[in-house]
Design a protein around this ligand. Structure first.
Ligand SMILES: Nc1ncnc2c1ncn2[C@@H]1O[C@H](COP(=O)(O)OP(=O)(O)O)[C@@H](O)[C@H]1O
Ligand SMILES: [Mg+2]
Length: 261
């Protein structure tokens, strides 16, 4: 199953969710490929990859047609593999459009889909960490995906930016990828001491009763510290509230995937 983690808003917990879910599902014995599709490469560095030493990245597969298995790294953790990103991926947006002129059979939106096709059966989960935009990289991810997980920060006007994302998803469903579903909505950075956080969760629950996950991810300093050590929350502080939440979320994701399959 291929799942994009998307929200055009930055800092809502996409990368934290993508990395933690990838590690959580791998811990549960699922074979996982995490694709870092953000030029900032935060997912790569969160797993301890030194991006300056990388020979290849997602860019080489997307633009230079290097087979995906040649750009895939063993994360050093059981069951978990990574396609890293480097800053050059920022150029891919423009290049994807340009490439379509030379090779009309490969529509730019489907480049990632065709890159993934030869390896898709090797993994039980392919998770794609999207950049904070609705550009070509996110469109490529959602055109390739079976579902999208949308992290939403528990804050004022959380639903506001969602209209734009919903429009993009609808556009992709009607034109590019009819099977795309909202696989789930995860509420992040929940601060139980504030009334607001509770209200936001309730509001999102009303709009997306089917999609919202039961697990709500708390605001936790440990979650924000782990990436700077290149470690997942399960390695950095396995009994922290953040680790418990993402372990529970990983189980929910696994169950939903089984229910759909
Ligand atoms: N539940 C959380 N509690 C505390 N800090 C968090 C939490 N989730 C994410 N962060 C921190 O917030 C920042 C933005 O999160 P990130 O996952 O990078 O968001 P995005 O990928 O959407 O930009 C990062 O510094 C991250 O470590
Ligand atoms: Mg990110």
């Amino acid at each position: 199953m291929i799942i994009g983690i998307a929200n055009q808003k930055g800092g809502v917990g996409k990368t934290t969710t993508a990395v933690s879910l990838a590690c959580g599902l791998a811990e549960q014995g699922r074979k996982v490929l995490l694709i870092d599709s953000d030029p900032q490469g935060n997912a790569s560095s969160s797993l301890g990859v030194n991006r300056t030493e990388l020979e290849f990245s997602l860019y080489d597969a997307l633009i230079d047609e290097r087979p995906l298995n040649e750009v895939t790294l063993d994360s050093g953790r059981p069951n978990l593999y990574l396609v890293p990103a480097k800053v050059e991926l920022a150029g891919a947006e423009a290049e994807l459009s340009a490439a379509s002129h030379n090779r009309p059979e490969g529509k730019p939106a489907f480049r990632l889909k065709s890159v993934l096709a030869p390896v898709a059966d090797e993994y039980e989960f392919i998770l794609i960490d999207c950049p904070p935009t609705l550009g070509q990289l996110t469109i490529n991810a959602l055109s390739a995906a079976d579902g999208v997980i949308i992290p939403i920060q528990c804050e004022y006007l959380a639903l506001e930016g969602l209209t734009q994302l919903k429009n993009t998803i609808d556009m992709i469903v009607s034109g590019l990828n009819p099977k795309l579903q909202i696989f789930g909505i995860v509420m992040t950075m929940y601060d139980g001491r504030t009334r607001l956080a509770l209200d936001v969760v309730e509001e999102v629950k009303q709009y997306f009763p089917e999609q919202i996950f039961n697990t709500v991810v708390p605001r936790s300093v440990r979650l924000s510290e782990a990436p700077s050590y290149g470690r997942s929350i399960f390695e950095y502080d396995p009994s922290s509230r953040g680790a418990l939440a993402y372990r529970a979320l990983s189980r929910e994701v696994e169950q939903r995937a089984l229910a759909i399959a």
